[in-house]
Design a binder for this molecule. Structure first.
Ligand SMILES: [Zn+2]
Ligand SMILES: [Zn+2]
Length: 701
């Protein structure tokens, strides 16, 4: 027996889980964990909601609520989704609980006492407008290395961590203003002291994925800088030192310690408070599952922190995944791009999602989520090969024999098929152990294909009359393949595996069985009636017309005022009929006088996520044609509050729409009207007009 620790990167509690997180960390971790539990190894798999940091406080500020409200909401949602997805943790906890905070403080003090944490003055961004320091994500700018978009302390594109003074064209995320650098005192972790130790530690990590090892070595060769571990923020773990009451421990420092605190908490909950030591202080292999943007935290920073602490196990492997993209764009909660897990679970069986992400896992390079491919793999692989084979076998066997028939009369083809089962089974195991999950699931699917071919060749339905003994024998072989599929699929598609297991006449859960049982002889079980494992999907039912998500309404302008903090903005009061009065901020001041706006009926995007624009909350957005930088309003005629739509597109407005999502819906001017996919935007009285002359093709925004 081996001891396996599995740390899965902590999902942020500032929004729903998306497929990127599932493909990048949660699913590979779960497959690995389930496999090792079945192998009889002692697995401790932990993670939790990462509830501190500026993404949380920014979301809270946007919504006008306390950070706690945000994290409570999403932690509960994450837990529920994980359960539905069949992602099993020994402990899935959260960083805002007291237990975690205390472990972090102890860890911090130990490093402080050993001289690895020291105070130093530093320059940090300060926004005069907002009268506050702007910690990491409150600042956006351009990465000096790759010219990509930098979010405070890290570049989104190349993954480099950045010092404040390095960021080009910094902007305050709250007010859009230009922040200045101001001196403040923070505590630093002496990361630079670990360069040689880390290099030494990495010497025998030749089994790591190339991308992970090379990325890490390059960062080390470039030299490590000490890093600030406190922030000017109120939400987070308190600094356990005097004089730092207004600062909190920086989220990255607190979140990685979560691996340790979650282990300790698990032991505590089990009533064996020292049990965690078996994984952290005795021999155990530590694996960490995460997506590539998280590599430096797990291959440099966390190992250095562990070295500084002393006496705790370092990572054994960090099989980080590349990105899952959506039509080429990276999934990201903060950018509002993604396919949200709660929506996916409403539409699809968890195992179908798990299958597609396993066979399309971004292990060596980015992979793309494509709906056509998702539907094709479901229909052509899960339904037509895998599900079909199992269904054929179980139906035939249960109808004709009722129980697993004995194997008495074989031939060469049988011998070769049994050899295939053995080989493929070994290969699946090896692939999972090396974290090549895609390879493993491909082997499983190949075995289902071999099963179908075998059945087609031996034609048991013909043998039934002529040679019952032989018929029983070939069905026995087929059932062996079914058993293989159940066991080998258990880490990948846990619910499906359990269904197959029940059909094979076992009463217990397959997840309590051992991996090597796939080799063992079949028992003379009573077979159960087959249940369909997968259903065909239809692409048209899945792909939603993005336009249908919009809630466009006729709105009458009833009042217009200058924005208190911005030259080009108006604050407008609108009458939106059944939706009541709405206040929005609009950038049309350079082109419209207040007087000419009053009484106009315009088109309002009513379900755009509310946002503070220069300090004023805007509940929606008016639509205008953008004619080379000039804004020209769309003019409606219908009753206030009535819908604006495209004929033939059913309106299914979402509750809240992100601006990024809206931007992808390409409406354009055509002959003074608004066109979308060959049809005109209209309200109850006719087509929507543009308030002036604009070029055809001017986009609507
Ligand atoms: Zn960059
Ligand atoms: Zn500001």
């Amino acid at each position: 027996m081996e001891r396996i620790f599995i740390g899965v990167a902590w999902p942020y509690a500032n929004g729903s889980l998306h497929l990127g997180t599932l493909a990048g960390c949660l699913l590979p971790g779960d497959i690995f964990g389930r496999y090792h539990r079945m192998k009889g190894n002692a697995v401790l798999m932990v993670s939790g909601s990462d509830e501190h940091g500026t993404p949380i406080t920014l979301t809270a500020e946007k919504e006008g609520v306390e950070p706690k409200e945000i994290v409570d909401r999403y932690h509960e949602e994450h837990k529920k989704n994980l359960e539905e997805l069949g992602i099993h943790f020994e402990n899935f906890t959260r960083t805002s609980n007291e237990f975690h905070k205390n472990v972090v403080k102890d860890f911090f003090l130990r490093l402080y006492d050993k001289g690895y944490i020291y105070p130093e003055k530093m320059k940090a961004f300060y926004c005069e407008n907002c009268a506050r320091f702007l910690p990491d994500r409150y600042v956006e700018g351009i990465c000096p290395y790759c010219k990509g978009k930098a979010r405070g302390d890290q570049c989104e594109e190349c993954g480099k961590t950045l010092e404040p003074e390095e960021i080009l064209q910094p902007k305050c995320k709250i007010c859009g203003g230009k922040p200045t650098l101001k001196e403040t005192e923070h505590l630093f972790f002496k990361l630079s002291a670990f360069e040689n130790k880390l290099m030494e530690w990495l010497k025998n990590k030749h089994y790591w994925r190339d991308n992970v090892l090379n990325f890490t070595l390059n960062l080390l060769k470039a030299g490590l800088k000490d890093r600030a571990i406190t922030r000017d923020i109120e939400w987070g773990v308190e600094v356990p030192l005097e004089g730092y009451e207004n600062k909190r421990i920086y989220v990255w420092f607190d979140a990685v310690i979560g691996y340790l605190s979650a282990s300790k908490e698990w032991a505590e909950k089990k009533g064996m408070p020292d049990e965690w030591k078996k994984w952290w202080m005795e021999e155990a292999k530590h694996y960490y599952f995460l997506a590539k943007d998280n590599i430096p935290f797990h291959t440099i920073i966390w190992p250095a922190m562990l070295m500084a602490h002393g006496g705790l196990n370092l990572p054994y492997d960090v099989p980080a995944n590349e990105y899952l993209t959506m039509s080429g764009e990276q999934f990201s909660k903060s950018k509002g791009i993604g396919i949200w897990i709660p929506n996916m679970l409403k539409k699809f069986e968890a195992d179908v999602i798990r299958y597609y992400l396993s066979i399309n896992m971004p292990e060596k390079h980015d992979t793309d989520w494509q709906w056509e491919d998702f539907v094709a793999k479901n229909n052509n692989e899960l339904v037509a090969i895998y599900g079909n084979f199992i269904h054929r076998v179980i139906t035939f066997a249960s109808k004709n024999f009722g129980v697993v028939p004995p194997y008495t009369k074989g031939d060469d083809l049988d011998a070769r098929t049994i050899e295939e089962i053995k080989n493929n089974f070994e290969e699946v195991g090896k692939a999972i152990e090396k974290c090549y999950f895609k390879e493993g699931i491909k082997r499983i699917m190949r075995m289902a294909q071999i099963g179908n071919q075998y059945m087609n060749r031996v034609e048991p339905w013909k043998l039934l009359k002529d040679d019952e003994e032989r018929c029983k024998s070939v069905i026995h072989i087929c059932l062996k393949i079914v058993k293989f599929l159940a066991v080998a699929s258990a880490p990948y598609m846990p619910k499906t595996a359990d269904k197959i297991w029940k059909m094979l006449g076992y009463n217990d859960s397959i997840h309590n069985r051992k991996w090597d049982e796939a080799y063992e002889e079949l028992e003379e079980n009573e077979l159960q009636k087959p249940v369909p494992l997968f259903n065909k999907l239809n692409l048209d039912d899945i792909v939603e017309e993005p336009f249908s998500k919009l809630d466009l309404r006729v709105a009458k302008v009833i009042n217009v005022e200058n924005h208190p903090n911005a030259d080009k903005l108006y604050v407008m009061e609108l009458d939106v009929g059944e939706l009541g009065k709405r206040r929005i901020v609009a950038g049309i001041k350079p082109w419209y006088e207040k007087g000419e706006l009053i009484g106009k009926k315009i088109v309002l995007l009513a379900n755009l996520k509310s946002a503070k624009i220069r300090g004023v909350l805007s509940n929606g957005m008016l639509l205008a044609a953008d004619d080379g930088g000039k804004a020209v309003l769309l003019i409606a005629n219908g009753k206030e509050g009535s819908r604006v739509y495209i004929e033939g597109i059913e309106g299914k407005p979402v509750k809240e729409m992100e601006y990024e999502e809206f931007r992808k819906i390409k409406m354009a001017a055509k002959g003074g009207k608004v066109e979308y996919k060959g049809k005109f935007l209209r309200d109850e009285t006719g087509e929507i007009k543009i308030d002036g002359v604009v070029k055809d093709g001017s986009i609507i925004r």
